[in-house]
Design a binder for this molecule. Structure first.
Ligand code: CO
Length: 140
């Protein structure tokens, strides 16, 4: 691999939007016996989050928090909840971004790298470019 290339290391997490994170937590924890973390409130991102850990991947449950949650619209369209985004882990987010822009794929928002809900640099890609699926890239 050339030094200028960027690499996707793995699927970091699959995020599921939920209406009630407490009852969702119970199902994953008690019915399935999964390794479920603690619910965290992230008011600056407008969500409550909870990670369910597996050896190679996490599932992230997200519930809207506050009035301007970025997942409110999604839950209006999907009242039972549903898969909200897939997060791919990249080794260098700025290089990944360069490549994406070069190929004409659209980055959401103003196109700049932001600090995501987990304190790492992220960008979100336009679902129209990925068959209706929201893709998050996270540096890790
Ligand atoms: Co995410």
């Amino acid at each position: 691999m050339k030094a200028t290339e960027t690499k996707i290391n793995k699927v970091n997490h699959i995020a599921i939007a939920v209406k009630d994170i407490n009852s969702a937590k119970k199902n994953w924890e008690q019915s399935l016996g999964c390794n479920v973390g603690k619910i965290k409130e992230l008011p600056e991102h407008g969500v409550k989050v909870l990670f369910i850990s597996f050896p190679n991947i996490k599932i992230e449950l997200i519930e809207p928090l506050g009035n301007n949650s970025p997942i409110e619209k999604f839950l209006d369209k999907n009242p039972k909840g549903g898969i909200h985004h897939i997060c791919l882990e990249v080794n260098d987010i700025n290089k990944a971004k360069e490549k994406i822009v070069k190929h004409g794929t659209n980055i959401l928002g103003d196109g700049s790298v932001k600090t995501g809900a987990h304190g790492k640099p992220v960008i979100f890609l336009n679902p129209s470019d990925f068959s209706g699926t929201l893709i998050e890239l996270e540096e890790g």
